[in-house]
Structures are given as structure tokens and as C-alpha cells.
Design a protein around this ligand. Sequence first.
Ligand SMILES: Cc1ncc(COP(=O)(O)O)c(C=O)c1O
Length: 416
Amino acid sequence: MAIQVPFFRPDIREPEIDEVVASLRSGWLTTGPRVKRFEEEFAAAVGAPHAVAVNSATAALHLAVEALGLKAGEAVLVPTMTFAATAEIVRYLGAHPILVDCDPVTTNLDLDDARCKLEALRAGKLSARIPADAKPVGIIPVHIGGLMMDVERIRAFAHENGLWVVEDAAHAFPASWRKDSSSPWQRCGENTSAISCFSFYANKTITTGEGGMATTTDAELAHRMRLMSLHGLSHDAWGRYSGGGKWDYRILAPGFKYNLTDLAAAIGIHQLARAEAMRREREAVARELLDALDDVEELELPPTDENRIHSWHLFPIRLRLERLSVDRNQVMDELKARGVGCSVHWRPLHLHPYYEETFGWRADALPVATRTWERLISLPVFPGMRPTEIRHVVETVKDLCRANRPTVSPAAAARS
Ligand SMILES: Cc1ncc(COP(=O)(O)O)c(C=O)c1O
């Protein structure tokens, strides 16, 4: 049978399965002792004093901006190159996401463009549908694929403009950055922003099926997020029904239902214990792909940086379309037909109907993302990827590039 390489294959082992069974047998299925342990161990893993476990990164992001006091009518800088969640949580509170273009190589948020967007906002030139008096209060950078942005530059930019920073760290565990080779490493979540939000969705670097975590150094923010994660109740079910707990509670705020279950945390505890080992496995796969595809002229490969510990959640390549006779979608169709799972991260937000129609975003306001996304393909990278699978990905990609070279060379086309 022809080889099929999935885009991702979760690495679930016996300890995860045994712990879920133990959780089921314990009779305590919802938020309880396993969630508490997962929070403590995750906090230690990123070097944060507080961690609040929730049922998705989207929930963590929502709780984060709520805890920071985001109000209707305010404005938040959000990269256009991201998943739906990063911007929708700003809309949950009736605020305006100000979309920012991306760096052409990392595809992470471009702080120079963020500055331009703030100036345009203040001058009333951003969009007729975003009022010039919408007060910018925050920025939500995303570390795409697990390659961290320059945390110091984000902090300086935020300070200069009076903004809070919430990190969308959905891809960035475990990941670290340092300013230069003589500076110390800082882990994502180790005071890298006011609140860092991680995802444990099925295909993330560690998984609980669905799940997320918000980490912070600020006890008050942690308290608010914990309160709002469970209906704004004065104490949770474990606190009420475990030995010595009181049945009674008070509703202190109209909260949400975002708590993580012990069943999910049972998986997370053991994924967490293998997080660095799995990261190294992905890194080894990424290095093999980088080496093997290095000489393919039709491709640009994902950047590496000696001052980053990359989580390698994604391996996004960019096609040099001028050297190919087919477009990105045709290449993806061919990859899939030949058994290589692949994806795109992402169609930028400004090219989705909701953001186009609601805020009037135009493609030329975010030119780099507009040009780049049409060239993007994420190839498979996951722990336990077999040598035959890596070879199949490499050979298929090389073969497709060879087979789809234009019949007229780009140089000749330029002369004619
Ligand atoms: C950058 C980014 N942010 C947020 C999320 C949302 O994560 P979750 O599915 O845990 O809510 C995702 C999910 O893919 C993501 O890629």
C-alpha cells in the first residue's frame, strides 16, 4: 500500500491512558486534583508563579483580556496572520481588533507595521469603520509555529504606546528566546508578557484533546481568570465537595464555563513530562527536512535562529511561485493525492468575510500577509515521525517541484 503521512499524529502512551483510567476509577471527572497538579507542574515548566488551566487557548485568551479590563470600543493590535481565536476574543468584549501585517520571513507580527497602524488609527485613516477615538490598550503577538518573537522589542513597543501584552502562545510550549548569545534564555511564559496563553488542542505540542493554560506573574490577574473560568463562583466544585469543603458559594461576577476536566488533565500531566523529549524529536525531524530540502530552488524554508529554542509545532515552507507552473492549492492537492498531509497557516484574517465586511480591511493594507499566504504550505512535523515518512515527504515535495517547473525559464520570460 502507498505510504500515507498524516499532517500530525498524537503521541499518546500508556501513562496517559493509565492516568485517564485512574481518573475514571476515582469517580472525580471534572476539575479536581489532577487539574491542580497539572497547573502546578505546568507553572514550574514555564517558570511562572501562576497557571490557570482551562478548556482551550481561546478560553485562556478571552479570560486574559477580560482580566486586563478590555472594554467595548477600545482597540487591540492583533496580527492578521493568525488563527480566528486571537481576534475573536477581542470581539467578544466589543473591542476592535487592529490587524497588523507580518514579517516576510517569520510571518510573525511586524512591529513597524504595528506602529504605522497606530498612527493611521489616530489620524482617522485606518478604516471608516474603526473610529479614530478607539483607544489602543493592548497587543496580542503570536509566536507562529513556536518561533518566538523578540520579547524585548514587544515590551518596549508596548511600553512606548501604553499597551498591555497578552501572548498567544498556542504554539510556543516549550519555546525560549534570548536577546543574543551572551544573554540568558527566557522561556515562553516566564514573565514574557502580562499573560501567556497556551493550547493543548489535539495537534498541539502537548495535548489534552482540548485544553489550554493561562500563565502570569500577577496574582490578581490569576485570581480574576480563575474566578471567571467557572461562572464567577467564590469556590469551585472540588472546593465545595472534597473533604471538609463547604457546599455554599457566592456568585461574584457573571463568569464563563471554561474549566478543564480532570480527565483532560490526566492526559496533560504525562504529555507535560515528555514535552521536551517530544520537542527534540520534532526538532530532529525539522533539521532533516531543512537539510534535505535546502537545495530546492522552488522553496523558501522556515527560518531558524540561534537565539531561539523553537517548539517546531509547524514546518511552514513558502513556494517561489515564479519558479513554478502551478499555484499553492495545486501543489497541496498533489501532496495530498500522494499521501502527504499538509495545511496552511493561515489565510490571513483580513481576507475572511467577517473582517473584510465588518471593518473594511483591504488586501493592500496588509500587503506582506496578502502576498505570503498564497505561497504557504505547512508540512508534517511530529514526534515519532518515521524515517520512511520523512523520506516520503522530502521525495514527494522535490518531485512535485521538479515536475512543475515552468517550460520557459523565469530569466527567459523576463527577457521576452
Ligand atoms: C495561534 C493560535 N491561537 C489560538 C488557537 C486556539 O487554540 P484552542 O483550539 O486551544 O482554543 C490556535 C489553535 O489552533 C492557534 O493556532
